[in-house]
Design a protein around this ligand. Structure first.
Ligand SMILES: Nc1ncnc2c1ncn2[C@@H]1O[C@H](COP(=O)(O)OP(=O)(O)O)[C@@H](O)[C@H]1O
Ligand SMILES: C[C@@](O)(CCOP(=O)(O)O)CC(=O)O
Ligand SMILES: [Mg+2]
Length: 364
C-alpha cells in the first residue's frame, strides 16, 4: 500500500476567457484556493479474496462511488494503462464510462457532478488500469463558478495518480511537500488537459496550465509565458451564486461564431489585443503614485472593454450586470471571470481605495 496527497489551485482570468478557446491571448493567475486529493494505492488481493475496487469519495458532498475491478474490466475491456503517454478519451470510451457513472445513482440534484466523476474514472483507469485504490477529494473552491474548479480537480487528481505511477516515482516515506520537476509538471498538465476535455468539451488549456504551474501566465494556443506583476494587483471576487456550466457556454460561443464568423473573428482579435496590452501593463514598472494610478486606470479600462466583448459573445448575465453596476457606483471597474453566464465577477481594488480606507480608519 502507498499513499500520497496532492493539491492544485483555482484561477482567475484577468482577460481573454472564451476568446482563448478560439486562439486569442489570455491572462490568468492562480488563486489561493485549492482542490485537495489523497490517493491510496492498495496492494493486489490474493485471488481467493476477490478483485478489489476503485473508490472515489467526494468528501464535501458526502458521496462515495465505487466500482469493482472486474466490472471496470468488463465494461472498459482489457486495455492496458500507460501513465507516461496522455491520450484523448475516445467517444466509445466516454460512452462506456458514462454507463459506469450512471450505475452509481448520482443524486438528481447533483447530476452536474457526472462529468467530474467520468473524468476521474478516465484518469484513474488510464493511469492505473483496474488496480484497487481510493481517492478522496475536498475543495476550497465553489464548483461551476468560473474559478477553475474543474481544472484544479483534473490537475490534483492527475498529480496524485501520477505520483504513484511508473511515470513519476515519489518517495512516499517523506512527509514534506514534494515538488515535481518541469517535465513531471508537463506530464501532469497533459493528463489534466485530457480530463478537462471531458468536463469542458473544448477547453483552451489555460485553466489546467495555470493550475499546474501556478503564478500568473499569458497563454495563447497552448503556449504559456510566465509573467510577473510589477506592483500588487488586488482583486475582489464576487460570486453571483448563479449556477452555470462551462461546457454549454463554450459551445454557445462557438455556435455564435459559426453564425457570424467575420464579426466574431473581429471580437476575438480585439480580445487578443486587450490581453496583450494588459499583460504589458501588468509587467511595466510603476514607481510613483502617479504611475501606479495611471497603470490601474489602464487596467480598469481594459477590463471594461473585455467585459463589453464578453457581452457581445453572449456570456454575461443579469446577476453579473448587477454586480458591475453596483461596483460602478463606487467607481470600481469589473468583469466576469471564467465562462460567465453567472459565476464570479472580478473587481479591481485600486490603490486610492486602499489609501482612503486606511485614512478613514486612522481618522476614526
Ligand atoms: N471537487 C470536485 N469534485 C467532483 N467534481 C468536480 C470537482 N470540482 C469540479 N468538478 C467538476 O467540474 C464541474 C465544474 O466545472 P466548470 O463547469 O468548468 O466550472 P469551474 O471550472 O468554473 O468551476 C463540476 O460540475 C464537476 O463535474
Ligand atoms: C471559458 C473558458 O475560457 C474558461 C472557463 O473557465 P471556468 O471553467 O468557468 O472556470 C474556457 C477555456 O478556456 O477552456
Ligand atoms: Mg472549468
Amino acid at each position: 500500500m502507498a499513499e500520497v496527497r496532492a493539491r492544485a489551485p483555482g484561477k482567475i482570468i484577468l482577460s481573454g476567457e472564451h476568446a482563448v478557446v478560439h486562439g486569442s491571448t489570455a491572462v490568468a493567475a492562480a488563486i489561493d484556493l485549492y482542490t485537495h486529493v489523497s490517493f491510496r494505492l492498495d496492494s493486489p488481493l490474493p485471488p481467493e479474496n476477490g478483485d478489489g475496487s476503485v473508490e472515489l469519495e467526494l468528501k464535501d458532498m458526502a458521496l462515495v462511488f465505487s466500482w469493482s475491478s472486474s466490472r471496470l474490466k468488463e465494461v472498459l475491456g482489457d486495455g492496458f494503462a500507460d501513465s507516461s503517454t496522455p491520450v484523448s478519451c475516445s467517444p466509445g470510451r466516454i460512452k462506456s464510462i458514462a454507463a459506469l457513472v450512471e450505475e452509481q445513482n448520482i443524486p438528481e440534484a447533483k447530476f452536474w457532478l457526472s462529468s467530474g466523476v467520468s473524468c476521474f474514472l478516465y484518469l484513474y483507469t488510464s493511469i492505473h488500469g483496474y488496480k484497487r485504490g481510493k481517492v478522496v477529494v475536498t475543495s476550497d473552491l465553489p464548483l461551476g463558478s468560473g474559478l477553475g474548479s474543474s481544472a484544479s480537480f483534473c490537475v490534483s487528481v492527475a498529480g496524485a495518480l501520477l505520483a504513484l505511477s511508473d511515470a513519476i516515482s515519489v518517495d512516499t516515506s517523506q512527509t514534506e511537500w514534494f515538488k515535481f520537476s518541469k517535465n513531471e509538471l508537463e506530464l501532469v498538465n497533459r493528463w489534466a488537459f485530457e480530463g478537462e476535455k471531458i468536463i469542458h468539451g473544448k477547453p483552451s488549456g489555460i485553466d489546467n496550465t495555470v493550475s499546474t504551474f501556478g503564478g500568473m501566465i499569458q497563454f495563447r494556443s497552448g503556449e504559456l509565458t510566465h509573467i510577473k506583476s510589477s506592483a500588487p494587483l488586488r482583486m475582489l471576487i464576487t460570486n453571483t451564486k448563479v449556477g452555470r456550466n462551462t461546457k454549454a457556454l463554450v459551445a454557445g460561443v462557438s455556435e455564435r461564431a459559426s453564425r457570424h464568423p467575420d464579426a466574431m473573428a473581429s471580437v476575438f482579435t480585439a480580445v487578443d489585443f486587450i490581453s496583450k496590452e494588459l499583460s504589458a501593463i501588468i509587467q511595466s514598472p510603476a514607481q510613483d503614485d502617479i504611475s501606479i494610478t495611471a497603470r490601474e486606470e489602464k487596467i480598469e479600462e481594459l477590463m471594461e472593454m473585455n467585459q463589453g466583448l464578453l457581452q457581445c459573445m453572449g456570456v454575461s448575465h443579469a446577476a453579473i450586470e448587477m454586480v458591475l453596476r453596483t461596483m460602478l457606483k463606487y467607481k470600481l471597474a469589473s468583469k466576469l471571470t471564467g465562462a460567465g453566464g453567472g459565476g464570479c465577477v472580478l473587481t479591481l481594488l485600486p490603490t486610492w481605495l486602499l489609501l482612503s480606507s486606511i485614512h478613514a480608519a486612522s481618522s476614526a
